[in-house]
Design a protein around this ligand. Structure first.
Ligand code: KIV
Ligand code: NA
Length: 263
């Protein structure tokens, strides 16, 4: 696979080709995912749940994120490596810049931030300094205690409009990618059609430009009950390599997500 860059993802958006993304937290799994053709690897702060065993992503520190970003960067191959800013990295713009710098030095090629339109200043300052930003909207796990649980977002028309407006404001501020988590498929489509930048979805229906899943969900080893939008690819194979290849191929052919994975 040719090295995946932001331009690759923009070209996919223009041509209508979908792309696959998967979380990765270490060199070995990053390498297997990259070799399976998965275009984008995310060092997600979901590592607080799937690696550390917490019930939320809030305990994850910047040091944790840098450690796993360095590890994943060593195996990322030709895939694009994105890393999450952890909880409260968005407390001030200065902190956002410093924390993003640490992740970029650790090997990230793009930074993902949770936050609505108010995050525009941070997004603008990062973008000005040449740090590509993915803005995460919809179900933002760092705000789970305010949301009252891991619930579908944007179900009513007013909230859906708000999410579209937030996405537009963040793109205006410079966000190169929008990631939408756990929203009705109709809203996933509306945001994707409203924006010129690639939109990655998780539980956001089949019409986003890219799809992402947590690696442990693809391998069927996540603790607790699996959310509706995940698919355990180990149910159909005995090989991790093959599970990742099947996930990638399903995304490219728009066979995943199927209607049973959508809201
Ligand atoms: O932390 C993570 O893994 C994420 C994805 C679920 C998008 O943010
Ligand atoms: Na995350």
């Amino acid at each position: 696979m040719k090295t995946v860059t932001l331009n690759t993802l923009r070209a996919f958006k223009r041509s209508g080709e979908t792309f696959s993304c998967l979380t990765a937290y270490d060199a070995s799994f990053a390498q297997v995912a990259s070799q399976a053709g998965i275009e984008v690897l995310l060092v997600g702060d979901s590592l607080g749940m799937v690696l550390q065993g917490h019930s939320s992503t809030l305990p994850v520190t910047l040091d944790d994120m840098c450690y796993h970003t360095r590890a994943a960067a060593a195996g990322k191959g030709t895939s694009l490596l994105m890393a999450d800013l952890p909880f409260m990295s968005n407390a001030t713009v200065e902190r956002t810049l410093n924390d993003a710098a640490a992740l970029m030095r650790a090997g990230a090629e793009m930074i993902k931030v949770e936050g609505e339109a108010w995050m525009a200043d941070g997004v603008r300052e990062l973008t000005r300094r040449g740090v590509p930003v993915c803005a995460h909207l919809g179900l933002t796990p760092q705000t789970v205690y305010q949301l009252g649980g891991y619930k579908v977002q944007g179900r009513d028309a007013a909230h859906a409009e708000q999410i579209i407006a937030d996405a537009q404001a963040l793109v205006e501020a410079g966000a190169s990618i929008i990631l939408l988590e756990c929203v009705p498929a109709s809203l996933g489509r509306a945001v994707t059609e409203a924006l010129d930048v690639p939109v990655i979805g998780i539980g956001a229906g089949p019409n986003t430009n890219g799809q992402i899943l947590v690696m442990h969900d693809v391998l069927g080893v996540s603790p607790g009950r699996a959310p509706r939008f995940v698919k355990n690819y180990m149910a159909e194979t005995a090989s991790v390599q093959d599970a990742f290849a099947r996930y990638h191929s399903d995304v490219k052919q728009r066979a995943f997500p199927a209607s049973e994975h959508c809201f």
